[in-house]
Design a protein around this ligand. Structure first.
Ligand code: AP5
Length: 212
């Protein structure tokens, strides 16, 4: 299974990709998570990415392509993967074609459809575990114990780019730079659109059905 998740910020890519990765026992490769790890570790990449991410902008293509090229070459990605947050620009999509070549497994692209007006509510009430990356929502999927992660017990926090101002910029960037990626995959007839509105389990069922 080689799967790409496309969707606006807060559409549920991370939430659903984690579940799907565990269902198929393939790695969930989230460029957002990789960048946040680099920021937390204070690496040169993290130092460059931190202000861009906080403001809702996109990290330069050449950096992102290098990260993905290296990640997809690792042994655990040879049996399949779920890409979440990459590609985000047409340049990244074209480079990814080159990286993947003509493998046996067909690429499947899932686009989660969620209207913009639902996004801000989702993101401003999102909380993320600072340690293991588990995703919560204060209304739809809260941690059992206030700000403590159910899974690992670490602190659950709001991401620095989850301010209303940054979310609006991320949405604008999605429409301008990432929607052409969806159109690119549509023209290759490998794009499947999935309604991302509804309870988490219902959306997951739709995703599973779209993969059959
Ligand atoms: P990234 O981490 O990829 O952020 P994003 O694409 O904006 O997506 P999010 O993580 O915000 O949302 P999501 O769709 O995963 O939703 P989630 O499941 O959390 O990237 C962050 C930044 O890194 C970018 O802005 C950019 O700067 C940089 N970057 C990353 N990749 C890059 C690239 N390739 N090129 C350049 N720059 C790059 O769900 C959101 C909330 O909604 C949660 O609280 C969840 O519990 C809730 N929720 C989920 N599903 C439902 C539902 N069905 N109903 C109600 N609530 C729901």
């Amino acid at each position: 299974m080689k799967i790409i998740f496309i969707g606006p910020p807060g559409s549920g890519k991370g939430t659903q990709a984690k579940r799907l990765a565990s269902r198929f026992a393939i790695p969930h490769i989230s460029t957002g998570d990789m960048l946040r790890e680099a920021v937390a570790d204070g690496t040169p990449l993290g130092q460059q990415a931190a202000p861009i991410m906080a403001s809702g902008g996109l990290v330069p293509d050449d950096l992102m392509i290098g990260i993905i090229d290296e990640r997809l070459a690792r042994p655990d990605a040879q049996k399949g993967f779920i890409l979440d947050g990459f590609p985000r620009t047409l340049v990244q999509a074209e480079k990814l074609d080159g990286i993947l070549g003509n493998g046996d497994d067909p690429l499947r692209v899932l686009q989660l459809l969620v209207p913009d007006d639902a996004i801000v509510h989702r993101i401003t009430l999102r909380r993320t575990c600072a340690q293991c990356g588990a995703i919560y929502h204060l209304e739809h999927n809260p941690p059992a114990n206030d700000s403590v992660c159910d899974r690992c017990g670490a602190e659950v926090i709001a991401r620095p780019d989850d301010t209303e101002e940054a979310v609006r910029k991320r949405l604008e960037s999605f429409h301008r730079q990432t929607m052409p990626v969806a159109t690119y995959y549509k023209s290759k007839r490998i794009l499947r659109e999935v309604d991302g509105v509804g309870p988490l389990d219902v959306v997951f069922e739709r995703i599973e059905k779209s993969l059959t």
